[in-house]
Structures are given as C-alpha cells and as structure tokens.
Design a protein around this ligand. Structure first.
Ligand code: SF4
Ligand code: SF4
Ligand code: F3S
Length: 266
C-alpha cells in the first residue's frame, strides 16, 4: 500500500477507442480500482479531465518527471505516409508523439490489433501506411495485447501482473503474454465436441445452428486464433462471439482483415 503507483501514459493514434471501451468494463479487477488505486494514469487523452493545451502540458510534465519509470500504453498506430499527416494530435503527427513518449518509457504495451498488427487501417492498400508500434519503436520491450478489442480482463490482467511482480509477463514468439495467448479459441471452445463429432452448422439459422453445433463451416477461425475468449470470455465472463452464435473472425491474429476473416462464406 505504501509503494508508489506506477505512472502510465496512454496515447492514441489511428484507432476507434474501443480498446478503451473494453478496458473500462473490466470486472475483475474493476477498471476503477486499476485507475484509482493500482496505477497512476497521468495522461490519457480520452479518459483524463484535461483537454487541449492543459492535456499536452500534462503529457510533457509526466514523461519528463518519470523518465525511465513509466509504462507507455499505446492504442492505435501511427500512419507514416506523408510525414505522418494522417493522424495529428496536439498539432503534431502522432508518430512524433509516440517516439517522444517511447524515449523515457520502461516498457510499452500495444493495446489491440491496431497497435499490435495494424488492423483495418493497415489493410491493403493501406494508403496512410498505418504501421504497428513495434515497427516504429525498436529499442524498447513491447508487450502485444491483440484483439479488436482485447478482452477487458486480459488488459487489466497484464497490468496487474506487471505491477505485482514488477516485471514483464512471459511472452510468446509474437510478443504476446503467454498466459492469455498460448491456446487457440478452438482448444477450449464449448462447441468442440460437435466439431469432433462432425456436427456442423451448414447455413445461418438452420436446425443445426439452433442445436448449437460447430461453426467451422460458417467460417469460424477458432482453430487458428490464439486468444482467451473461450476461457475468460467477455462481459465479466458472460459470453463470447461463438456463444452468441457467430464464429470467431480471428480478431487477435496478425492481418485479420487481409486474411479474409470476415465472412469467407455467407
Ligand atoms: Fe478499435 Fe480494434 Fe483498434 Fe482496439 S484494436 S482501437 S477495438 S479498431
Ligand atoms: Fe472450433 Fe469454432 Fe467449432 Fe468452436 S465453433 S469448435 S472454435 S471451429
Ligand atoms: Fe476475437 Fe475470435 Fe475472440 S473474433 S473476440 S478472438 S472469439
């Protein structure tokens, strides 16, 4: 309780803000406990009360005061084309802000598919040259927490681990926390017995869909997607896409837009 709270600087590039929307819905730990008791969220352009010049002043003050000691959380990515002019924040290209903030960070968290892999804005032909964080910042430890968005409890779980043990979580070959991304959706899917038995939904809303059969023939990407949805689930553990009747679209995999994850088979 006497330990100083770890400063976190949370910046936003090209993104939709739903990673933040996911984060604030964390049920365990509650997002409010993370923000008010566990970390010191000294800058976050979407959650902070300050705006405009006051917010930018807080940004500069925080990265100067806590140089070498803060965690940089990145939501979204920088577009590099035309000197970064496709994403301007505080009057400057976001890529400049990202590089500036990364200089004094002790570690970087890439939230979601945008920061980790590029997501929709990096889909072909990627006119803005939207680029994932690790391809721009190459001299800092980076933790990728992919998903579009990532699961709330995975986000707060990563932060909780780093604060509790004062180290990075174990990462897999792609730089994702192994504790949440080492298994495929398919490995723990409750519809797996139907897959093994060859019982598949053949058309949307057919009799087999009503029976809850496997969604593989409807394009489910669960067999090739590494994420914790079939174990941690969403909305405080209530459900996940497959439980709602739709196959996984592989939102936590690299390049999921260009790989045709959306509706291969209608
Ligand atoms: Fe939005 Fe998905 Fe990007 Fe997160 S990863 S900011 S949810 S588009
Ligand atoms: Fe695997 Fe998808 Fe079928 Fe679940 S619904 S068993 S993840 S193919
Ligand atoms: Fe994304 Fe598939 Fe989970 S679409 S939310 S990784 S079930």
């Amino acid at each position: 309780e006497t330990k100083p709270r770890t400063p976190v600087v949370w910046v936003h590039g090209l993104e939709c803000t739903c990673c933040s929307e996911s984060f604030i819905r964390s049920a365990h730990p509650l997002a409010k406990d993370v923000v008010l008791s566990m970390i010191s969220l000294d800058y976050d352009d979407t959650l902070m009360a300050a705006a405009g010049h006051a917010a930018e002043a807080a940004f500069e003050e925080t990265i100067a005061k806590y140089k070498g000691n803060y965690i940089l959380a990145v939501e979204g990515n920088p577009p590099l084309n035309e000197d970064g002019m496709f994403c301007i924040t505080g009057g400057k290209p976001f890529v400049e802000k990202l590089r500036h903030a990364a200089e004094g960070a002790k570690a970087i968290i890439s939230w979601g598919a945008c920061a980790s892999y590029g997501c929709v804005q990096a889909a072909a032909p990627n006119p803005t040259q939207a680029t994932p964080v690790h391809k721009v910042i190459t001299d800092k430890p980076i933790i990728k927490v992919p998903g579009c968005p990532p699961i709330a409890e995975v986000m707060t779980g990563v932060i909780t681990y780093m604060l509790t043990f004062d180290r990075m979580p174990e990462l897999d070959r792609q730089g994702r926390p192994a504790m949440f991304y080492s298994q495929r959706i398919h490995d723990k899917c409750y519809r797996r017995p139907h897959f093994d038995a060859g019982q598949f939904v053949e058309h949307w809303d057919d009799e087999n869909a009503r029976k809850g059969y496997c969604l593989y023939k409807m394009g489910c990407k669960g067999p090739t997607t590494y994420n914790a949805c079939s174990t941690v689930r969403w909305n405080g553990g209530v459900s996940f896409p497959i439980q709602s009747g739709h196959g996984c679209i592989g939102c936590s995999e690299d390049g999921f837009w260009d790989q045709g994850s959306f509706y291969d088979r209608l």
